[in-house]
Design a protein around this ligand. Structure first.
Ligand code: PBG
Length: 329
């Protein structure tokens, strides 16, 4: 009882605060999302994501090397695909010489020890901007998981270490796992976006990849029939447990900050590594406020990332990874 216990005693100096600090960020915590485009020497800033770029393969190579020098050990690749190559089946996703397949090889060649992870979903390849095949206004589940399995296999063949299905179709982890096993890719890991919410925070990402659902009659304008309702909590645990049963090596909660209750709950319940994706809208909010001088960019960034880890994340996918690691020194 006060005055015997004075909690402020442990906050009296920087050295004392460091002594009792519970949560630490390290470069090993991070996954760096990278956006890849066709072309040569392209480095285009994404308008709704200040200081973040789409890179052509030559610049991807440089970036991977630069990240490795900073101590970052995992990248998560996304590609922006020309409209001409898009169709309802996402056929271009299976092209062995497609942009993703070349990006995987480029990243692996640049730095063989860099873990290369790939986004597995149809949306950047879909003429409708959906994560699955569309028929009569519905997103087909089982037909889509077959394509996702072929896509995962194609990424593994190109050299991906980890495939990351971000589509939220039912049963896709099992279908992918079986396809990889059958072809001998026993060590290709699956990081499942297992509790992925239908979130308005993905807006800037869809600008980056030109992948938003199209505004066309009879085509669903949002992803609410496959991504989760943000009002729900039990469902997140169910999705995650099922993905683990189906063979997911790493599970994920997405977005980050608004969902830290879900992160803690899942961390307490399951025994596989848990990733959290701090998404594009979260990045854009801080950048915009910092540009206006309303928030201290670096201080808020470190507070947010530490909070994500404190909530239970073992892995953080973040557009701030590079900035954060530079600050860690
Ligand atoms: C695609 C995908 C999305 C994100 C990652 N993979 C967008 C979506 O589901 O519409 C969002 C990432 C971000 O906002 O940073 N399936």
């Amino acid at each position: 009882m006060y005055p015997l216990r004075r909690n402020r005693r442990l906050r009296t100096s920087d050295s004392m605060r460091k002594l009792v600090q519970e949560t630490f960020l390290t470069p090993n915590d991070f996954l760096v999302p990278l956006f890849v485009v066709e072309g040569k020497n392209v480095k285009e800033e994404i308008p709704s994501m200040p200081d973040y770029y789409r890179l052509s393969l030559d610049n991807l190579e440089k970036e991977v090397k630069a990240l490795w020098k900073l101590g970052l050990k995992s990248v998560l690749l996304f590609v922006k695909v020309d409209d001409k190559l898009k169709d309802n089946q996402g056929s271009e996703a299976l092209n062995p010489d497609g942009l993703m397949q070349r990006a995987i090889k480029t990243a692996k060649n640049a730095c063989p020890d860099m873990l290369v992870m790939t986004d597995v979903a149809l949306d950047p390849f879909s003429s409708y901007g959906h994560d699955g095949i569309v028929e009569n206004g519905q997103i087909l589940n089982d037909e889509t998981t077959e394509v996702l399995a072929e896509m995962s296999l194609s990424h593994a063949q190109a050299g991906a270490d980890v495939v990351a299905p971000s589509d939220m179709m039912d049963g896709r982890i099992l279908t992918i796992r079986e396809a990889l096993e059958e072809e001998g890719y026993l060590n290709t890991a699956i990081m499942s976006y297992s509790a992925k919410y239908a979130s308005a925070f993905y807006g800037p990402f869809r600008d980056a990849l030109d992948s938003a659902p199209v505004d066309v009659q009879d085509i669903p304008k949002d992803k609410k029939t496959y991504q989760m309702d943000y009002a729900n909590r039990f469902e997140a645990l169910k999705e995650t447990e099922m993905d683990i049963e189906e063979g997911a090596d790493i599970v994920m909660v997405k977005p980050g900050l608004c969902y830290l209750d879900i992160v803690r709950e899942i961390r307490n319940e399951v025994d596989v590594p848990l990733a959290v994706y701090q998404v594009s809208g979260e990045y854009a909010m801080l950048k915009a406020a910092a540009q206006k001088g309303w928030l201290d960019h670096d201080a808020v960034m470190m507070e947010q990332l530490t909070a994500i880890k404190r909530a239970g994340a073992n892995i953080i996918a973040s557009y701030f990874a590079k900035d954060a690691v530079k600050l860690l020194g």
